[in-house]
Design a protein around this ligand. Structure first.
Ligand SMILES: [Zn+2]
Ligand SMILES: [Zn+2]
Length: 422
């Protein structure tokens, strides 16, 4: 997990790479590899429905407390920030449609991998991974990055469940030590769904605590792209630009109120040392702090009240979570540490007994026609780089193009079906 520090890691002068800028004094370790696992080397273990992850990941009171935290701390990891800067349509286009697409994709990621049926979730985990296959490029000092490097992709994963711990530190929920340990054990299942090397994953929750402290102190940096997300809160320009043209006048009028709201959702959740690293301390006013404390209190009370009133799950969970609770016939209020432990133990026992029979079957498809284009993004298909256009890796069907030999450079085997947005 920790990097060997060598002189080649140190950025000595302001360095611009694409749209991103690195500042002198930051360290950029080499994280260049695609650490995807082949089907025979991976075991995907779904997150059980009775888990604490199910209970908290789709809880809008928890999500409301941390605002844009996941996206911001993701963009402070040098290689992820560079990947977002180089490949995100949001950065290159900065328009409303891209914002919605990104939000829809993020929800699809959480909703799909954690809350889908086991059959769908296993497919979806690999789709999410493959979506990151083409996200690679250059870093300062001739370093290279790949989004699927074991350390980098693991951090992207952490940003999603870390926010539950943060919501507890902030006081919206009260997790016990045992519950925190349980959530960490469940997060290992979630990680296994992606089929990427687990060498960056801590063994225990106690190890995770050391890991997260180390990352916050040494790995998260200020750079151009981090300012793009976190610094957007200084003014509401970003919000005005993101609106469709016909709403821009209204957006300008609303911008002071929006700026205040943005400051709360982008800065409220921050530890003081991270706020300082991003040079945002002076923008986080006493008035903002009071507003944020009121927001946390309101969320805490709102959560307690809506639970006591036994409101239907649709009224107090994100749509993807509510749908999954309905499907499984589970009331999230019935999920306790004990039931979550039992669900995980049962899931693990069944994996042990199924292990011999579990040979993953890849649906092999016909070779793609020469003139085929992606229905999602209209790109022309290219030869699959994982199998060098042969459709086969180590004598098995390629799990990136599914034997089609060609695929979309972004959506890979998923090029036949149009994107669903909205
Ligand atoms: Zn595509
Ligand atoms: Zn292939």
């Amino acid at each position: 997990m920790s990097q060997t520090v060598s002189d080649g890691d140190l950025v000595e002068v302001e360095t611009r790479i694409g749209n991103n800028t690195f500042h002198p004094g930051t360290r950029i370790p080499e994280r260049p590899t695609d650490d995807s696992l082949r089907p025979k080397d991976r075991e995907q273990h779904t997150v059980p429905p009775n888990s604490l992850l199910w209970k908290y990941m789709g809880d809008p009171f928890v999500l409301g407390a941390v605002g844009q935290r996941a996206a911001i701390i993701e963009n402070m990891w040098p290689q992820l920030g560079q990947g977002v800067s180089d490949h995100s349509v949001l950065v290159s286009r900065g328009d409303f449609k891209s914002l919605r697409e990104r939000a829809a994709n993020t929800l699809k990621t959480i909703g799909g991998v954690v809350y889908a049926t086991p059959e769908q979730a296993t497919k979806f985990g690999i789709q999410v991974r493959n979506f990151h296959k083409s996200i690679k490029g250059e870093m300062p000092n001739g370093r290279r990055y790949h989004a699927l490097d074991a350390e980098t992709f693991y951090w992207a994963h952490v940003t999603f469940f870390e926010l539950i711990y943060r919501a507890s530190e902030l006081g919206v929920i009260d997790l016990s030590r045992d519950e925190k340990e349980q959530i960490f054990e469940e997060s290992k299942h979630w990680w296994s769904m992606y089929g990427v090397d687990d060498r960056a994953q801590p063994e225990t929750y106690a190890d995770y605590e050391k890991y997260i402290a180390h990352v916050k102190e040494h790995d998260l940096i200020d750079m151009g792209i981090a300012q793009y997300t976190a610094g957007s809160a200084k003014t509401a320009d970003y919000f005005v630009r993101a609106m469709p043209k016909k709403y821009q006048r209204v957006a300008k009028v609303a911008s002071p109120a929006v700026a205040a709201m943005l400051r709360i959702t982008t800065m409220g959740h921050f530890e003081p040392e991270l706020l300082e690293r991003l040079r945002l301390t002076e923008y986080w006013t006493k008035k903002d702090q009071r507003r944020y404390r009121r927001l946390i209190k309101a969320l805490r009370i709102g959560r307690i009240v809506s639970t006591r009133l036994h409101l239907p799950v649709e009224a107090r969970y994100m749509p993807f979570a509510a749908k999954a609770f309905r499907r499984e016939g589970i009331n999230p209020d019935d999920i306790t540490l004990e039931s979550a432990r039992q669900a995980l133990a049962e899931a693990r026992a069944s994996y042990v007994s199924d292990a011999a029979a579990a040979v993953e079957v890849i649906e092999v498809v016909d070779a793609a026609p020469d003139d085929a284009a992606c229905a999602k993004c209209e790109r022309n298909l290219e030869d699959c780089s994982d199998c060098a256009g042969t459709g086969v890796v180590d004598g098995e069907p390629c799990d990136v193009c599914h034997g089609a030999r060609r695929g979309c450079p972004v959506h890979h085997a998923d090029w036949r079906t149009p994107a669903v947005v909205g």
